[in-house]
Design a binder for this molecule. Structure first.
Ligand code: URA
Length: 238
């Protein structure tokens, strides 16, 4: 790949900034100063330093974010702040994207990566990756809702969902529940509750496949996946 692309990808600034870095003579490839932004390097083989600091190239980045309300799950938007906007510049430089969408007012687990193959594997309807949500509902959730959800419910557009596993954590004037679903239709959790005449007033995703939200992450914080988390996600363990 081109040296300017490599350096921009690992966080040495924009292509323009990287160009002047190269011009300044700070970049050494295999013990030779390289000033040409178009020069090609093999990041797996060539030894690259900037100001004597070794450049470690990684192709992929895997981040777990505790998404706060108010951000949209997109990479770019002209008007609204996205989950990518709050990443550190060196992470954003690797051009990751959110795997699936959480609504603007939904919190919780969001995987952000630039590994398209893994994203596809997790999002493919054929793979039936379970996603579990914690929600607060505006009224009393009952055993009959558990029964209804276990058979699937019919949404406002006529679509009949796959079975959902509903657990009641607290039932009363408002209820706390956990719902596990295997698909990801638009606003699915909210619409499933609307189908039984109830409303979601708070929604948070707590897991996706084998990956559970790290409760140590504050809203808006994120961290890299551990090797174990990534390995389990890749092999589809749950
Ligand atoms: N279901 C919803 O209704 N909203 C989300 O953000 C995720 C699942």
């Amino acid at each position: 790949m081109r040296i300017d692309k490599l350096l921009a990808n690992v966080g040495y600034g924009s292509r323009k900034e990287v160009k002047s870095l190269l011009k300044s003579g700070a970049v050494i490839v295999n013990e030779q100063v390289v000033k040409d932004a178009k020069a090609h390097v093999d990041p797996e083989v060539d030894h690259v330093t900037v100001h004597n600091e070794q450049v470690v190239y990684r192709e992929f980045i895997y981040l777990m974010m505790n998404k706060p309300q108010g951000l949209i799950s997109a990479t770019e938007d002209n008007f609204q702040e996205t989950v990518i906007d709050i990443l550190e510049p060196e992470d954003a430089a690797m051009e990751p994207f959110p795997v699936g969408r959480l609504d603007k007012d939904t919190e919780g687990l969001l995987l952000i990566t630039n590994d398209g193959q893994l994203a596809h594997q997790l999002l493919s309807p054929k793979k039936h990756v379970p996603k579990t949500y914690f929600a607060v509902i505006n009224s009393e959730v009952t055993e009959s809702d558990i029964e209804e959800f276990s058979k699937g419910v019919t949404l406002d557009d006529g679509y009949h969902t796959k079975p959902g596993e509903l657990k009641i954590l607290k039932s009363g004037l408002t209820s706390d529940i956990e719902l596990t679903i295997m698909e990801g239709k638009f606003h699915q959790v909210k619409r499933m509750f609307e189908a039984v005449g109830k409303r979601v007033v708070y929604l948070k995703r707590i897991s996706m496949g084998s990956l559970a939200l790290d409760e140590g992450l504050e809203l808006g914080e994120y961290r890299e996946l551990t090797d174990d988390e990534l390995g389990a996600l890749r092999t589809g363990q749950q």
